[in-house]
Design a protein around this ligand. Structure first.
Ligand code: ASP
Ligand code: MG
Length: 468
């Protein structure tokens, strides 16, 4: 049997009858029978989150949300499944899952307490409903498929609720034995299970990451991610003028772009596939030519003549400034601080230090908690701790940053020439990224000017034309 291809079908293309129809067409265009890792339908994960958050205060919201979900899915089923028996079976299975979920939520309502694991369990239902629905639609079109749940497949995680990491070594031992038939497999994405068999989410947008892990475990030919956009671009069309599509990225470039806010991929997607050199191919479901990938991500080095390939923004990173004379040379401070944050599962995105200040870059939604934890340590050397949330991090990504002359200078001067103040910057943290932090109010201007300088001003050649 030839190698398997793993497809990831995201929420952006799981919307309505029309999009499900497009998925069937895609499936027919593949020669092999793929393993399809599926997201929840658009908006369903948020609805489940809302139902859990409102549960203790407002039980009636549950009924409303359940009705919305069922109505939405039933309309697709009724529209797309012609065969009476398959239609009824699919509706029954969907109802069974929803009954399980309702019972679980009612249990929480009675004990009036939401355990940590409940969040993960409840939010995973969106993906479970998707695979049931797609299996029914496929069966109606004579496409035989089998659902494999991550708990059955052995997608083992480290057990951290809400943001688990996949244990690739353990998973690889178990996953392949569950995918031996020449049949289409459907797998709900977004979660794995801990060694204690508890269901753990892989972070929002985590279906990309689970699909990458399945691709790795199955030694797939490629990981094909289907979206409704044109792959990676030189900048976000919402912020910059004339962004160009990027046909090729290395794993490192894609990882940096995803890490620094390009919402197109879960930041950890690259990790499993690069271990086995499996290419990621991004496709646009609305593009008639389904054989042409919008962006290909692999190990081949491609250095753009301009070095930079894309500019992106992360609006969720803030700065925690720890000031004090000599913090830079007194040993042990950083380790004490990072140990405390680690104990509370707070991730530090980056550290930039000087003699009198340590700057920790931390997500804005947890930076206040980090502030409190560090304040409580009562470190004598710290005279002042400042939280800065009114900032944006702008990253420019492209291989060869540390070797090419003048790239950082061009980026920095594009910004400073327009009177934009740079709060912090980091050059050469990896060979593929330079980033700077600017005042939030200057975000759009900075993005536009950097994009103009790097990709529009001297655009003698089309980006990536060197690849053709
Ligand atoms: N449904 C999940 C989310 O909305 C996971 C995913 O779509 O990748 O975050
Ligand atoms: Mg996503």
């Amino acid at each position: 049997m030839s190698k398997k291809i793993v497809l990831k079908i995201g929420g952006s293309v799981l919307k309505n009858q029309d999009s499900v129809q497009k998925i069937i067409n895609i499936l027919k265009s593949y020669e092999q029978k793929p393993v399809i890792v599926v997201s929840a339908f658009l908006g369903i994960t948020d609805k489940l989150k809302e139902s859990l958050e409102n549960l203790l205060s407002e039980e009636s919201s549950l009924n409303r949300i359940f009705e919305e979900i069922l109505h939405f899915k039933s309309s697709i089923i009724i529209e797309l499944i012609d065969n009476d028996k398959i239609r009824q079976n699919t509706l029954d299975e969907l109802n069974k899952e929803l009954r399980n979920l309702r019972q679980y939520l009612q249990g929480i309502y009675y004990i009036r307490y939401i355990p940590e694991k409940a969040h993960d369990y409840v939010l995973s239902f969106g993906e479970k409903l998707s695979v049931i629905l797609l299996k029914g639609v496929f069966a109606d079109k004579n496409i035989a498929s089998e659902i494999v749940y991550p708990e059955k497949a052995g997608l083992v995680t480290d057990g951290i609720f809400g943001n688990a990491s996949i244990d690739l070594i353990a998973a690889k031992k178990q996953v392949p034995i569950n995918f031996t038939k020449d049949i289409v497999y459907l797998v709900p994405g977004f979660y794995g299970v801990s060694k204690k068999s508890e269901l753990t989410l892989l972070g929002r947008g985590g279906t990309d990451y689970s699909a990458a892990a399945f691709a790795y475990c199955l030694d797939a030919e490629s990981l094909d991610i289907w979206k409704d956009v044109n792959g990676f671009m030189s900048g976000d069309p919402k912020h910059v003028n004339n962004p160009q599509r990027i046909k090729h990225l290395t794993y490192s470039e894609a990882a940096e772009l995803a890490y620094f806010g390009a919402g197109i991929l879960h930041p950890r997607t690259v990790e499993p596939v690069r271990l086995a050199n499996i290419p990621i191919r991004l496709f646009n479901i609305n593009n008639a030519d389904k054989k042409t990938a919008q962006t290909i991500i692999d190990n081949n080095i491609s250095i753009h003549p301009e070095v930079s390939k894309s500019v992106t923004v992360d609006k969720n990173t803030g700065i925690l400034k720890l000031q004090g004379p000599g913090v830079g040379y007194i040993p042990g401070i950083l380790s004490e601080i990072t140990k405390e944050l680690h104990l509370h599962n707070i991730n530090i995105n980056s550290v930039i230090t000087s003699q009198i200040a340590i700057n920790l870059l931390i997500d804005k939604d947890i930076i206040d908690k980090a502030y409190q934890l560090i304040s409580k340590l009562n470190l004598q050397v710290l005279t002042n701790i400042i939280v800065k949330k009114d900032v944006s991090l702008i990253a420019v990504v492209g291989n060869g940053m540390t070797e090419a002359y003048g790239v950082a200078a061009r980026i920095l001067s594009a910004v400073s020439e327009h009177g934009i103040n740079i709060q912090l910057s980091s050059i050469g943290a990896s060979d593929a990224v330079t980033y700077l932090i600017v005042d939030e109010k200057d975000t759009n201007k900075a993005l536009t000017e950097i994009h103009y300088t790097l990709f529009e001003k001297n655009a003698k050649q089309e980006i990536n034309s060197y690849l053709n």
